[in-house]
Design a protein around this ligand. Structure first.
Ligand code: PBG
Ligand code: ZN
Length: 324
C-alpha cells in the first residue's frame, strides 16, 4: 500500500470558520477609493449607461453619495470633473470654481473621514480630448507640465490630500511636487500613475467624462501593454522623484505588474480597477452568466493578493457594504 501523504489540504478548508481564519488575504473597506464624476448645477444625477450605478453628479448629489460611502467605511474618494467649457489648454481644469475644487470642499465638510484623492489630467478639460497641449499633432510633454501643476495646486488649495497625476507625461512628478511645495502644500501626498497602460479597458470612462479624442490615441504617452521591465523603470523613477504612492492601471489584467511593483519598492502600491473591468463584471452579472457579487469580491481579492494596498474601484461602496 502506498503511504498517503500526511498533509491534507482539505483540512483547513472544511468549514467557513476555518476558511475565514486561514484566509491569507483580507479586504478592508479602508482600502477602497471610490471614483466620482462631477458636473455643475444642482440636483443633477445623470446615469452613465456603460457603468451601471455610477452617475455624473452635481455637488449636492455627491454629498449624499459621499455620506453613504463614509458610512460604509470606504477609505477614500477620487474626483473627476466634467467642466462646462473646454479649450485647447484645458484651463477649466484649474478653475477654483470648477467642479473638482467645489466637490473637494463639499466632501471635506460632509464626509471628512473619506481621504480626498484628486485625479490630475487635462483630457477632461481640453476641447481636443488629449491629456496635454497639442503641438504639431502630438502632445507636447514639457509645455503640458506647468498646466498639470496648475491643476494640482488648485485641487490642493481646495483640500485634496492625495494628488493623483494620470497624464503619463515625463517629469511631472518633479514639476508637480515643486509647485505643491511652493504653494505651501508640502503635506499633500502624490499617488503617481507610475504605470498606466494604453488600455482599451478605459472605454466606459470616456463616456463618463464626455471625452473623446478628435484624432489620434494615447499611445505616445501611456505604456505599451506588452512591457513589464519598462514598468519597473517607471516605478523606480517616480519613487526617486518623490512619489509617495505608486499606481498601476488597469488592475486585474496587470496583476503581474502589481506584484512586481510591490516587490520593487516599499512605498504603498495602489491599483485602479478601471471602468472596463467594472463594466464587464456588471454586464455578465446582468445576463446571469456570473454571480456579480462573488466576482466583485474575487476580483478585488485578486488585486490585493497581487500586492495592492489600495484599490480605486467603482465597486467601493458595494464591496464595503458586502464586508459588513
Ligand atoms: C485620464 C484618465 C483615464 C482614466 C482615468 N484617468 C482615461 C484615459 O487615460 O484614457 C481611466 C479610468 C477608468 O477607465 O476607469 N487620464
Ligand atoms: Zn488624460
Amino acid at each position: 500500500m502506498t503511504a498517503f501523504p500526511s498533509r491534507r489540504g482539505r483540512r483547513l478548508r472544511m468549514t467557513s470558520a476555518l476558511r475565514r481564519q486561514f484566509a491569507e488575504t483580507r479586504l478592508d473597506p479602508a482600502q477602497f477609493v471610490l471614483p466620482v464624476f462631477i458636473v455643475s448645477g444642482t440636483g443633477v444625477s445623470r446615469p452613465i449607461p456603460s457603468m451601471p450605478g455610477n452617475n455624473q453628479m452635481s455637488v449636492d448629489v455627491l454629498s449624499e453619495v459621499a455620506r453613504r460611502a463614509q458610512d460604509a467605511g470606504v477609505g477614500g474618494i477620487m474626483f473627476f470633473g466634467i467642466p462646462d467649457t473646454k479649450d485647447a489648454e484645458g484651463t477649466s481644469g484649474w478653475d477654483p470654481a470648477g467642479p473638482v475644487p467645489r466637490a473637494i470642499e463639499s466632501v471635506a465638510a460632509v464626509a471628512p473621514e473619506l481621504v480626498r484623492w484628486a485625479d490630475v489630467c487635462l483630457c477632461e478639460y481640453t476641447d481636443h480630448g488629449h491629456c496635454g497641449v497639442v503641438v504639431d499633432g502630438i502632445v507636447d510633454n514639457d509645455a503640458t507640465l506647468p498646466l498639470l501643476a496648475n491643476a494640482a495646486v488648485a485641487y490642493a488649495n481646495a483640500g485634496a490630500q492625495v494628488i493623483t497625476p494620470s497624464d503619463m507625461m515625463d517629469g511631472r512628478v518633479t514639476t508637480i511636487r515643486d509647485s505643491l511645495d511652493s504653494a505651501g502644500h508640502e503635506s499633500v501626498a502624490m499617488c503617481v500613475h507610475a504605470v498606466k497602460y494604453a488600455s482599451s479597458y478605459y472605454g466606459p470612462f470616456r463616456d463618463a467624462v464626455d471625452s473623446s479624442l478628435e484624432s489620434g490615441d494615447r499611445r505616445s504617452h501611456q505604456m505599451n501593454p506588452p512591457n513589464r521591465r519598462e514598468a519597473r523603470a517607471e516605478v523606480l523613477e517616480d519613487v526617486a522623484a518623490g512619489a509617495d504612492i505608486v499606481m498601476v492601471k488597469p488592475a486585474g489584467p496587470y496583476q503581474d505588474i502589481i506584484r512586481q511593483t510591490r516587490n520593487t519598492v516599499d512605498t504603498p502600491v495602489a491599483a485602479y480597477q478601471v471602468s472596463g473591468e467594472f463594466a464587464m463584471i456588471k454586464a455578465a452579472a446582468a445576463n446571469g452568466w456570473i454571480d456579480g457579487e462573488q466576482v466583485m469580491m474575487e476580483s478585488l481579492t485578486g488585486i490585493v493578493r497581487a500586492g495592492a494596498d489600495v484599490i480605486a474601484t467603482y465597486f467601493a461602496v458595494d464591496a464595503a457594504e458586502a464586508l459588513k
